[in-house]
Design a binder for this molecule. Structure first.
Ligand SMILES: [Ca+2]
Ligand SMILES: [Ca+2]
Length: 431
């Protein structure tokens, strides 16, 4: 599921032309740095794009998640991180009808990576009115992450019923305010997926959880919210690792995969159901993974394709060998990036595989970005391997967006939620 050495060897020297540094495995990085500058602004096969404001009349406060129900309405819903509200509006360029749908009834923590972080609608929302949120609860018991089920009100589709809250999943106590993951989404299997980071601080030192499958931290979890079992508000899908193979006997039943540092965003490809995750690295590398049931993505032994020093004594979980990312990018300054903006990035924001209609050359490309620098990249996978990759927009030519999240509208067009309070979209760059 990653760019292996044999593929890279076959593609060199073309790799330097068609693949960005972001795709080169560690063994080739030094070679690449010795070669000619890679045209990272002009990757073959990918379109040149720019961003523009998608809904000029609407502003949001720290928008961090966008979702909508399959109920025949044309509404989009946005989670505002620190206001702890979900707002909705009609998906029309000139929309002005922005309404509060939900205000979280319980107090939340509001550090940089805390708040209302995740939002998703039940696949049968039209029938059952259920939706789910992920938030950083400020409980008397201490700091922890919560996934709650709410219902829409009986008499107004634009209002949720705050009294309907049912907490269905609560993390263990979490001493640090960062690395909480916070993304939730239903897979094509109808199960709810939850990302939870390594707890926080540096080096995975608090919980040493990356390679420990017995706890929930450092993982994506998968639960069945429709079939509570064993005294819990949810059931365990029968093909979760723990239940499907005795080699996963040590894994917590909810754990779907391990070895992740902090998956702030993951999404499912609406065409083929593949699960893509942007995993935030520590001080040097950011990475994109294609996630598999039972997968191990290496933290804290690896940071993307690079051995991570503080994790050198960590043992790989014996049930699952480490998979490498399909794409990575470095922190700091890289001279091969365009002359106006050489800083690459510091914090990945995972996006979506494009399945819209407005940008045909982008079809099938996974689009992701960096919160700090506003760069936006694309990677196209074939048979689980990267075949095209590079930057999609020229950040030297436009305002830098602090990209908190990507979204996907009803038609599959990609939206960008930025901390300028706007939702942006991708359009052709023109000449
Ligand atoms: Ca934390
Ligand atoms: Ca763990």
């Amino acid at each position: 599921m990653h760019l292996n050495d044999s593929l890279a060897a076959r593609m060199l020297p073309m790799a330097l032309v068609t693949l960005s540094l972001a795709l080169l495995p560690a063994s080739l990085t030094s070679e690449a740095q010795a070669g000619p500058p890679a045209p990272l602004q002009d990757p073959a096969g990918l379109p040149k794009l720019k961003t523009e404001v998608a809904y000029p009349n609407l502003k949001f406060d720290r928008p961090v998640a966008l979702a909508y129900p399959e109920d025949g309405s044309n509404l989009l819903f946005v989670a505002e991180q620190h206001k702890a509200t979900v707002v909705s509006f009609p998906d029309e360029r000139d929309a002005t009808d922005l309404q509060e749908f939900l205000k979280l009834p319980d107090p939340i923590n509001k550090d940089n990576e805390e708040g209302l972080l995740g939002l998703t609608f039940h696949p049968k929302y039209k029938q059952n009115g259920e939706f789910f949120v992920y938030y950083s609860a400020k409980d008397p018991e201490g700091r922890r992450s919560v996934v709650s089920r709410f219902k829409v009100s009986r008499d107004d589709p634009r209002k949720a019923d705050p009294a309907s809250e049912q907490r269905i999943w609560i993390s263990a106590k979490d001493p640090a305010s960062n690395h909480n993951g916070g993304c939730i989404a239903f897979g094509p299997d109808g199960f709810l997926y939850i990302s939870l980071g390594d707890g926080g601080a540096a080096d995975d030192a608090i919980f040493t959880t990356g390679q420990n499958p017995k706890d929930w931290f450092g993982s994506i979890l998968r639960i069945d919210v429709d079939h509570p079992a064993d005294g819990k508000p949810y059931g365990i899908p029968g093909d979760n690792p723990r239940l499907r193979d005795t080699k996963f006997a040590d894994w917590a039943p909810e754990v779907y995969c391990i070895g992740l540092r902090n998956v702030w965003k993951f999404t499912f490809d609406r065409e083929n159901g593949m699960l893509w995750a942007g995993d935030v690295g520590q001080n040097q590398w950011e990475m994109v993974h294609i996630i598999q049931n039972g997968g191990n993505y290496g933290w804290n032994i690896w940071e993307a394709n690079h051995k991570f020093g503080p994790g050198r004594k960590t043992k790989v979980d014996p049930a699952s060998p480490i998979s490498k990312p399909i794409a990575e990018y470095p922190h700091g300054v890289d001279p091969r990036y365009n002359p106006d903006r050489k800083d690459v990035g510091q914090s990945i924001t995972g996006g979506y595989v494009y399945r819209g209609k407005a940008l045909p050359p982008l079809a099938g490309v996974y689009v992701y970005g960096d919160y700090q620098t506003g760069r936006i990249w694309g990677v196209r996978a074939r048979d689980g391997q990267a075949v095209e990759a590079g930057e999609l927009i020229d950040v030297g030519k436009q305002k830098v967006l602090n990209i908190a999240a990507f979204g996907e509208d009803h038609a599959g067009e990609i939206l960008i939620l930025a901390f300028d309070g706007r939702i942006h979209k991708l359009v052709p760059a023109g000449n």
